[in-house]
Design a protein. Structure first.
Length: 566
């Protein structure tokens, strides 16, 4: 376990020591005990806060839960670790904002933390909501740090570690007027992991919506409080409308440009969107009445547009980033985006793109197993499968006849042929089915990468397209090999003729069989695939393939000592 002194040396070496003074155990414990006391006093965990806090079990085993927790300036993640040590208080979803690169690298590697930003002052908070926010800001910058939190953050509870002189700061106290505020204690870092003489207060900031007796007592939704307030305070005037030509040019730039172009374009669109909505306050009230507009409608529209804009750019990034596109099939990319609600609130900038790429690489193997099975099933057809020798007797008639005439259907275990005719529908605007791109992803995961410059030409009609793979040999013959991975012929009638390298197809079939437990050892490979025993043993023990479906940052098909890592 790395000591605090070692972490500080790493920060200093990276030029990233941004006044990191780790929160002491005493302060962390005080915050946690305060949250528990609020639960027990019934001040949270009420019906209106069921989406933020809840509890289950019976006393004395009552367990309390926080739905979402954000640590602004997460450091080495010790706040998150401290909650794991508790028996009666847990967090469902943990989020962090952290600038120091050594800490960023470590937090990305964790399965339980999602980074929503790196530079706090460049992170948008108005469209996010958390049950609890904690922050121990840099001592010298605490005033603008706290003001930004109070102006933009949506929360039920917020705990701040701030210098004892905070009450003398008028700008902070003005923003605190809309909350219930209580100082929970005075502490110092004299005996902390990084000693300092500074004296601080732990301050609890509570949304007043918690005091409402019923939904009718609440004149706003606490989840939208800062968003509504921001709109109320910042709405300005329209400064013109973008032309259709300008819009088309921007979208063309998104699709054809670099990631830097995408970030620049996103910032332009986001700023234009905000500037446009700011303009509304300069319109006379009668105009709003005549147009049937009110603040709630405007707020909902801004929210919808902001979320849509962020999600759109993350979709573009998932399609464009090689590190993602090479590892994830189209279905996996789509499923990941749809499952991760964070993408609707995650700012699209270089720091967050970097975090997401590293996260995808780390979690690559978790998705690879299902991707292999999905592509195998997509290529499965009654005309291109052969039943295992062990169950050939199970099906003698045609699969299609068996399916539609009360038969047994396809074999329970089967081998996919290396010659396949399937469909690949090309649609307008350059869109197409993903099967060929997905096949490339699977081959790379099996250790047979195809160069990026070998792209599919979807405009061809029957012409042979050849795709090569470059991989390293093994054993005594550890040299680079170049072979044809597969050939494809695309036809205007949407037929796709595939001829796959027999060696790669064998590996593909064996991995599917392993994942579906159709085989249980090298002897099954020998008997079902007519593979020599020595080769079968090697295939079964291949380290890269054993990692399929496991959580490992190494790219599948590459051994850790000699081959390229992810």
């Amino acid at each position: 376990m790395t000591s605090t002194a070692e972490k500080i040396r790493a920060l200093e070496a990276a030029g990233a020591d941004f006044e990191w003074y780790p929160t002491t155990d005493e302060i962390i414990n005080a915050m946690q005990q305060d949250i528990l006391s609020l639960f027990k006093k019934g001040k949270i965990d009420t019906w209106q806060d069921r989406n933020n806090f809840y509890s289950n079990g019976q006393r004395p085993d009552l367990h309390y839960y926080i739905r979402s927790f954000l640590d602004v300036g997460a450091g080495d993640g010790r706040i998150f670790n401290s909650f794991k040590m508790l028996n009666n208080l847990s967090i469902d979803d943990t989020y962090g904002i952290e600038l120091a690169q050594p800490f960023v690298e470590d937090l990305i590697q964790r399965d339980d933390v999602f980074l929503v930003g790196h530079d706090f002052f460049r992170t948008t908070l108005i469209d996010k909501h958390y049950a609890v926010i904690f922050s121990n800001p840099p001592y010298s910058r605490y005033m603008p740090w706290v003001v930004k939190l109070l102006q933009e953050a949506n929360f039920i509870l917020m705990y701040l570690v701030v210098p004892v002189r905070w009450e003398d700061n008028q700008e902070i106290t003005i923003h605190l007027n809309r909350y219930d505020v209580e100082t929970l204690g005075e502490y110092d870092f004299t005996h902390g992991d990084r000693p300092a003489r500074a004296r601080v207060n732990l301050v609890r900031v509570m949304s007043r919506s918690l005091r409402a007796e019923s939904r009718y007592d609440r004149d706003y939704n606490n989840e939208d409080e800062s968003f509504d307030r921001w709109i109320y305070e910042h709405i300005g005037s329209f400064e013109g409308k973008e032309t259709e030509t300008e819009e088309e040019e921007r979208h063309l730039k998104i699709k054809q440009g670099t990631i830097a172009d995408m970030v620049e374009n996103y910032e332009y669109e986001m700023n234009s969107l905000i500037d446009a909505f700011k303009a509304l306050s300069k319109l006379p009230v009668r105009i709003f009445d005549d147009l049937g507009m009110d603040k709630d409608k405007i707020t909902r529209q801004i929210k919808s547009n902001v979320k849509k804009l962020k999600n759109t750019y993350w979709q573009f990034a998932f399609e464009k980033l090689d590190a993602i596109r090479r590892r994830l099939t189209e279905k996996t990319r789509r499923d990941m985006l749809s499952r991760m609600a964070e993408f609707t609130t995650l700012d699209f900038n270089e720091d967050n793109i970097y975090s997401i790429v590293l996260w995808v690489i780390k979690n690559f193997n978790k998705y690879t197993a299902q991707q292999i099975l999905d592509v195998f099933d997509a290529l499965t057809s009654q005309d291109y499968i052969r039943a295992y020798k062990s169950n050939v007797h199970w099906l003698k008639d045609d699969w299609r006849y068996a399916q539609w005439n009360g038969g047994k259907g396809k074999p329970e275990k089967y081998v996919l042929d290396y010659r396949i005719i399937t469909h690949c529908y090309c649609r307008q605007y350059g869109e197409h089915d993903s099967i060929l791109d997905d096949l490339r992803v699977v081959f790379e995961s099996l250790g047979y990468p195809i160069p990026e410059w070998e792209r599919v030409d979807y405009s061809q009609d029957g012409s042979l397209q050849e795709f090569t793979t470059r991989y390293m040999g093994s054993g005594r013959d550890y040299t680079e090999k170049t072979e044809v991975a597969f050939t494809a012929r695309l036809y205007k009638n949407s037929n796709l003729h595939l001829k796959i390298n027999e060696k790669i197809m064998l590996r593909f079939n064996v991995e599917v069989a392993r994942l579906r437990h159709w085989i249980n050892g090298p002897q099954d490979i020998v008997s079902e695939y007519d593979v020599p025993e020595e080769e079968a043993v090697k295939m079964w023990k291949e380290p890269g393939l054993i990692r399929i479906g496991q959580s490992d940052i190494l790219q599948l098909g590459f051994t850790p000592d000699k081959r390229e890592s992810a």
